[in-house]
Design a protein around this ligand. Structure first.
Ligand code: NAG
Ligand code: NAG
Ligand code: NAG
Length: 406
């Protein structure tokens, strides 16, 4: 009997149902990245939420609520989820309270991978509580400034499932730690979330298998553009060993599951590694993920009466940024200026040389410009105007005739 509720179901109801906004308390923390840009770090607490005992529905309790974005017309550079009791102490596997999974969606945007989804999946967390940290240096071209931008019409929904392993109910609150820049400088680029899932665009739940090694592979996502891969976080359930992100049959990121070693957390996933700088993509590159399980090495979750295995998942959430090498980028502009300047100087020097060696050639060239109705441009600086008229005109003319060909 499966009591487990998939990640997808709440997603599909996100647009159709009226979602009650959670009660929110916001606390200011000390910003850790870009304080010189007026960044802010806040903890927003949503709730509370009573999770029934393990004897009812295996202690599984779902929630869904509208949550206000931490800021508007801003960019988010860091986000992490957590659970706590009403007295502010931490609720986690060591206290038998599990964040089975939490997903945040943005109703102002379409999902980047599954176009039919009514909202964009931009954050996921499980017990491992992986932070999405977009502040790290990743590019071969130098530090990139990235964030997940929040537009004025964006609205967020939080959805997920909590699990209580005790025989008595527990009351907890979900919280998010956000760091954001209220007025980001223009050099902050938008990072776009891509959700890769062994369940494809359907249910994220896939069956667990007892006492063996097994793998699940996601459908292939074909890149349509140039991107740099800034960040990849992975999500597996107990029994999982690692997850690979594969581009054109080459592994670009491996995130390993690290298991707890003390108290109630022993034998359960406590942390998942994330990848920074997982390379770039070209149009046509094919991406998929592979989730590895070994249920001999790590005991998978079972229902409360031990008669069935809980389903498992394999998810990678990647944040991509439009690559520097596409048109209009900083790199191509610098190259363009370099090429133009070189061309101007070389043709200028060649022209000067010709003028000195063969004055008649210069006259023919001047006739040519006059014939095309080029005017000699006077500057307002008399010093400049006093310079050798022929040299100035020649350089000017060459420069002017060059532009339309670029
Ligand atoms: C938190 O910081 C913001 C911006 O600096 C300020 O407007 C707000 O009053 C602060 N809130 C509290 C509770 O200190
Ligand atoms: C939100 O605003 C952006 C930019 O102003 C626009 O592109 C987008 O379509 C809007 N989305 C919705 C759901 O209105
Ligand atoms: C399920 O298995 C665990 C460990 O194998 C055991 O401690 C627990 O009592 C079992 N529960 C039931 C209801 O059989």
């Amino acid at each position: 009997m499966r009591y487990h509720v998939s990640i997808l179901l709440p997603v599909l109801s996100v647009l159709t149902s009226a979602i009650v906004a959670a009660e929110i308390a916001t606390t200011n923390l000390t910003a850790q990245h870009f304080p010189e840009l007026g960044s802010r770090r806040v903890k927003t607490t949503y709730g509370s939420h009573v999770v029934q005992s393990r004897k009812e529905n295996d202690g599984m309790s779902q929630f869904q609520s509208a949550i206000a974005p931490p800021c508007v017309d801003c960019t988010i550079t860091f986000m992490q989820a957590g659970l706590e009791y009403l007295d502010g102490t931490t609720a986690d596997a060591t206290t038998n309270m599990w964040m089975h999974h939490v997903v945040l969606l943005n109703r102002g945007r379409k999902d980047s991978v599954c176009a039919d989804m009514p909202a964009q999946r931009f954050f996921a967390s499980g017990n491992e509580r992986t932070a999405i940290d977009l502040t790290s240096t990743f590019s071969a071209l130098g530090t990139q400034h990235l964030g997940y931008p929040v537009a004025e019409n964006d609205t967020f929904v939080g959805s997920g499932e909590l699990m209580n392993m005790l025989d008595t109910p527990q009351e907890v609150m979900l919280f998010m730690v956000w760091e954001f820049i209220p007025a980001p400088p223009i050099y902050f680029k938008p990072a776009v979330p891509f959700w890769l899932d062994v369940g494809g665009c359907g249910d994220s739940d896939v069956p667990a298998k007892p006492g063996k090694q097994f793998e699940y592979i996601s459908p292939v996502l074909t890149a349509s553009s140039h991107w740099d891969i800034a960040f990849i976080g992975g999500h597996l359930h107990d029994g999982g060993t690692h997850l690979d992100v594969i581009r054109n049959d080459e592994i670009v990121c491996t995130t390993e599951a690290l298991y707890g070693t003390s108290g109630f957390a022993t034998g359960h996933i406590a942390r998942m590694q994330s990848c920074l700088n997982a390379g770039s993509t070209l149009p046509g590159d094919q991406f998929y993920i592979k989730a590895y399980y070994d249920t001999n090495a790590h005991t998978p979750m079972t229902t409360a009466d031990n008669d069935t295995l809980e389903p498992v998942m394999g998810i990678a959430l990647a944040y991509l940024v439009a690559s520097e090498t596409t048109s209009g980028s900083w790199f191509s502009r610098v190259m363009l200026i370099y090429v133009v300047l070189t061309a101007v100087v070389v043709t200028g020097l060649a022209g000067l040389y010709t003028a000195r060696q063969r004055p008649d050639a210069l006259n023919r060239l001047l006739e040519h410009f006059r014939g095309r109705q080029w005017q000699r441009v006077r500057t307002t600086d008399p010093e400049t105007d006093g310079l050798d008229a022929e040299d100035g005109l020649l350089l000017h003319g060459q420069k002017q005739t060059k532009y339309p060909n670029i």
